[in-house]
Design a protein around this ligand. Structure first.
Ligand SMILES: [Zn+2]
Length: 389
């Protein structure tokens, strides 16, 4: 297995942003006259002035913490937090419990792909913070069959089975526990430049059960019975607008850097770094570290590093230097490849067959348009706030 030369699939001449490291591997990228990409310009114009690197949001943060605490009066938990073992959710947990005194229901999904380094991090942290960790063990056989189904589609974004289960559990637990706040670890600091949408063609929204069920129906060879689904309607509309369950992103109200986050976690909890962002589970490490770069010519580190570059945490030259090497060594890739085939109970030849198949052109059912429209209608009618209450 060697890394093919990464070529943009469109006919555009190769171009890379003069400010960050996004390039024409995003087919939709546009550049201004100075060669600066649309993401960098949007960041400067719209995001940075408001976010201000997390500075000056003390009042918003204070109000939010107060509201969360108030909503949880008389209840066992005042919010809910899904812990992946990654840096962002771990830092979120640290702030929520230690700094802000919140009482989150903390859960973790075991979808059969956990890596010991992430598991150990999670255990050490929750133990030191005195927080009970709820682990949802997904039916391993089903999860492997579902993962295989996504490989069979030829799609690029193959994380859907575990990502959807995560969203479905959040939806389920928040209703069951009567919790009004979901703590989301999303942060501008390390994630402002997202994966290009052009990499997600043909995939449905991760939170959309219609899409997930359709892939299951078309590509699973055994019935899926234990898996948990949510729907776009529930996730995007009923829970937030009717039941008043808010998803909040408090990391954007706090000043930190990727480095300072890591330092705090390692000093306080003996947190062990696991390398590239999202490398906390085996399948994501495989997909982002090998599958996507070699099958599609897409290196997710471009987005991750660009986030650090535009927010001033890394120089563009440093990012370019990192990108010169593949995300995984050949040895690591081979080991992962073997391990993934083994867990999926297929031969390495079969896995390679999926790697070499044509890209997906199949259409899957999806509710995306429907729930986006629903939210828009309520916003237009000015009903959003009332329903939220
Ligand atoms: Zn840029």
């Amino acid at each position: 297995m060697t890394y093919p030369v990464i070529k943009p699939k469109n006919n555009r001449k190769y171009q890379i942003c003069t400010c960050c490291v996004m390039d024409t591997s995003d087919e939709d990228i546009t550049f201004d006259a100075n060669g600066v990409c649309m993401r960098c310009n949007e960041y400067k114009e719209r995001i940075e002035p408001e976010w201000n690197h997390g500075k000056g949001h003390e009042k918003e943060l204070h109000e939010l913490i107060k509201a969360i605490k108030k909503s949880g009066e008389g209840k066992k938990y005042d919010c809910i937090l899904g812990l992946s073992g990654g840096l962002d959710s771990s830092y979120m947990l640290h702030l929520a419990v230690k700094e802000w005194g919140l009482r989150p229901f903390v859960f973790h999904i075991d979808a059969g792909w956990n890596l010991p380094v992430a598991e150990e991090n999670i255990k050490r942290m929750t133990k030191k913070l005195g927080v009970k960790l709820h682990i949802k063990h997904m039916d391993r056989k089903e999860m492997m069959e579902m993962q295989l189904a996504w490989f069979r589609t030829g799609l690029e974004m193959l994380d859907a089975p575990q990502d959807h289960a995560f969203i479905a559990l959040i939806d389920k637990y928040s209703v069951k526990l009567g919790v009004k706040y979901i703590l989301n670890g999303y942060n501008i600091c390390t994630e402002i430049i997202a994966d290009p949408a052009s990499w997600e063609r043909c995939s449905g929204p991760t939170g959309d059960g219609t899409y997930i069920r359709d892939v299951v129906k078309k590509h699973c060879n055994v019935p899926i019975k234990e898996y948990i689904y949510t729907s776009g309607l529930k996730h995007k509309f009923i829970n937030p607008y009717i039941k008043g369950i808010k998803t909040v992103k408090p990391l954007n109200y706090v000043e930190f850097t990727r480095k300072s986050m890591m330092k705090t976690l390692s000093e306080e909890y003996g947190y062990v770094p696991y390398g590239q962002k999202h490398f906390e589970d085996l399948i994501t490490k495989f997909l982002e570290g090998w599958w996507q770069p070699t099958r599609f010519g897409h290196d997710i580190r471009r987005a991750q590093l660009s986030s650090l570059v535009v927010t001033g945490q890394l120089s563009r030259d440093e990012a370019l230097e990192i990108l010169e090497k593949p995300p995984l060594t050949e040895e690591e890739s081979k080991k992962l490849f073997r391990e993934v085939a083994k867990r999926l109970q297929i031969s390495e030849d079969e896995l390679m067959k999926y790697h070499n198949m044509p890209e997906c052109t199949e259409k899957f059912r999806s509710q995306e348009k429907f729930y986006n429209l629903g939210i828009k209608v309520y916003e237009t009618l000015g009903l959003e706030k009332r329903i939220r209450k």
